[in-house]
Design a protein around this ligand. Structure first.
Ligand code: SF4
Length: 301
């Protein structure tokens, strides 16, 4: 049986844009950036995560950043753009650690896991075995409420006070139950604003938003995932058989979803327009994109 490993980030990308999902997760492509050119806000988030992971592992968060900077310098990839990102993230991390200690934001909580690698055989879909994978930032146990909490850290433009829904939190809760037998009762986002906290910047700069997770939630979410997986596996199987050979069929299945966010959240903006105006987009892919070093998440085995 064909095994397909699907990590949680794919679900969000699939809902955001099927075309981008195809490029990134099925074809496993990434923009071939010159050394020193960053992914902008996405790299700010990655750097902040690096520091927060170190913090919850009882290590020096700034030491993690210094190590990353040294790696970039050694690879001759350091640039003023990276310098700006590191300056901003250093300020954000310093403030985050202060905020956690001053507000006792995670008092009475024991850390159970930091970035656990989760991997669960989830379902047979269209004859293939889907293995769901995910890596939540943090799992803690609150002693006062006797609740296990999945925590995700986000860098944001503004602090959200309320968490209405989170497929991410529910998916991690499902995986933690299946892999570790852990009942999750809450999902929380830890948010940090991407600002330097100058005198002119208005607080709040950090905040929490939480939602309860119930067994009924998880049962419903499992059905949602199965529905989406059915679409995803069908499309992957079709891609494996036909590639771009039937453009009519391709366009009706892998349709784009252009929004203003394309400018910053998609590496495929350049080739996207070409796909629809008759240009030789495959030449552009060969010239400006490369295969991601890691195996595409929809790998088969
Ligand atoms: S540029 Fe926008 S519409 Fe085009 S592939 Fe990317 S996310 Fe989709």
């Amino acid at each position: 049986m064909t095994e397909r490993r699907i990590r949680y980030s794919q679900f969000a990308k699939f809902k955001r844009c099927r075309r981008s999902w195809l490029f990134e997760y099925v074809q496993g492509l990434e923009l071939d950036r010159p050394a020193g050119v960053t992914k902008g806000p996405r790299d700010i988030g990655t750097l902040f995560h690096l520091g927060v992971e170190a913090y919850y592992n009882a290590e020096d968060p700034h030491g993690a950043l210094r190590q990353k900077r040294d790696e970039l310098v050694a690879a001759d990839a350091w640039s003023p753009e990276w310098g700006d990102h590191f300056e901003l993230v250093t300020i954000m991390l310093t403030g985050y650690v202060q905020w956690v200690s001053e507000t006792a934001a995670d008092a009475h909580e024991d850390v159970l896991f930091v970035e656990p690698q989760l991997e669960v055989p989830f379902a047979e879909v269209r004859g293939d075995l889907v293995i769901l994978t995910g890596k939540p930032d943090l799992v803690v146990h609150n002693q006062l409420s006797d609740t296990n909490i999945v925590v995700d850290t986000k860098t944001v433009a503004s602090i959200e006070q309320v968490q209405h829904h989170s497929g991410q939190g529910l998916t991690y809760a499902l995986l933690l139950k299946e892999q570790h037998g852990l009942d999750i009762g809450m999902f929380r986002t830890n948010q940090a604003r991407k600002v330097k906290r100058t005198a002119r910047a208005n607080p709040p700069f950090y905040g929490h938003a939480e939602m309860l997770v119930t067994p009924q939630h998880l049962a419903t979410h499992r059905r949602h995932l199965l529905g989406q997986l059915d679409d995803m596996v069908r499309l992957v199987q079709q891609w494996e058989e036909e590639g771009y050979s039937d453009r009519l069929e391709h366009d009706s299945n892998f349709y784009p979803n252009p929004t203003p966010d394309c400018k910053w959240d998609c590496d495929f903006l350049a080739v996207c327009k070409q796909m629809d105006d008759g240009s030789n987009f495959e030449h552009t892919i060969r010239s400006f994109y490369r295969n991601k070093p890691e195996t595409p998440a929809l790998e088969t085995a």
